[in-house]
Design a protein around this ligand. Structure first.
Ligand code: G3P
Ligand code: CA
Length: 327
């Protein structure tokens, strides 16, 4: 049974700004984080990866090519697989890159992944360091009187370890440096890797002398099938304070308006004492599942029918408004 998460955490439903207010400004830019803070997010997410010179940066992918102009600035630094890895670049080099909305290359032309979002090529954005982002959020907390939390994800820990980098220890050290040392502090540390979560829980946190809330991300039922067995959530609760499942693990994609298929995952996680924060709630065309008529109806089904405790959303303003209007 997970311990240390306050009863208040279960009584108060929250919104996590997924990569910031990424529905409105390019993901993981400081601008997107400032907007999320102003929009009423309870927590703001950081995906964290490491550079060649062991600096922690806020970037969703371990590669730079989807969201920056690295291919234009450093064409020779491509690996054989056609990708540009953040771990091959120093922080000084990464600071020179221009960040944009995510894109894919189609016929040699950049095609914006979410065409209705912030236009590509407009304005100048940079890849922030993890420290810069924490300082921004803590600074805004002081200047506004709010207490917005942070929600870092250790990205691809096995990839980093294979390159000789212990990213989790570096993240925990950084959190400790900025005053996040107990389960009462406003931070959740998340990862998709159960093996890494266990290392963080059993070794890294005790070595650092801190306790933090840990969240196990779950992208599908096949990665760790034991989690979906009868006692899976109880076992997981020995290490995690919460789960962050892909949202179709809570309301099945096959659901229709007349037949909503809610799984037992939330109930089982709650019974084990864990919070449930699914991802990712978007309102771009095609992103609201067919069983809901609107973004807000989707939120209603998840927060109040399925009883989730929080949600990752690219549109934190819409979720914050929804929660305010449905207390
Ligand atoms: O960490 C929650 C959510 O962000 C997981 O998906 O791929 O956006 O990091 P991803
Ligand atoms: Ca994430």
């Amino acid at each position: 049974m997970a311990t240390g998460v306050s009863a208040q955490a279960f009584s108060q439903k929250i919104v996590v700004a997924h990569r910031g207010a990424s529905g409105y400004l390019p993901e993981h830019t400081l601008e997107a984080k400032a907007m999320a803070h102003a929009m009423g997010a309870d927590y703001i997410e950081q995906d964290v990866v490491m550079t060649k010179d062991d600096q922690l940066i806020v970037l969703h992918d371990i590669t730079l090519d989807r969201t920056t102009d690295v291919a234009d600035q450093f064409p020779a630094r491509v690996r054989d697989d056609g990708r540009f890895y953040a771990i091959d670049f120093t922080l000084e080099e990464i600071r020179r890159l221009n960040v944009s909305e995510g894109f894919s290359m189609v016929g040699g032309v950049k095609k914006q992944s979410f065409p209705n979002r912030f236009p590509m090529g407009n304005s100048q954005f940079r890849v922030p360091t993890f420290a810069e982002e924490i300082e921004l959020i803590q600074g805004m907390n002081k200047s506004t009187g709010k207490d917005v939390g942070i929600y870092p994800e250790v990205k691809s820990p096995e990839f980093h370890r294979a390159a000789g980098k212990d990213i989790s220890t570096a993240v925990v050290k950084m959190l400790k440096h900025y005053g996040y040392t107990s389960k009462q502090d406003k931070v959740f540390l998340q990862t998709f890797s159960f093996e890494e979560l266990k290392i963080i829980h059993d070794e890294i946190l005790p070595a650092a002398g801190v306790e933090l809330k840990l969240l196990q991300l779950i992208d599908n039922a096949d990665t760790n099938p034991w989690m979906f067995e009868a006692n899976g959530m109880e076992k997981l609760a020995n290490f995690a304070d919460g789960i962050g499942p892909e949202k179709s693990l809570i309301i099945d994609r096959a659901s229709t308006k007349s037949k909503l298929l809610i799984t037992d995952l939330v109930d089982r996680a709650h019974a084990a004492g864990m919070l449930v924060h699914p991802y990712t709630f978007r309102l771009d065309p095609g992103q609201v599942p067919r069983y809901a008529d609107s973004f807000e109806e989707m939120l209603d089904l998840f927060y109040f029918k399925a009883d989730i405790d929080g949600a990752f959303s690219d549109f934190p303003d819409r979720v914050a408004d929804f929660l305010k209007n449905n207390k």
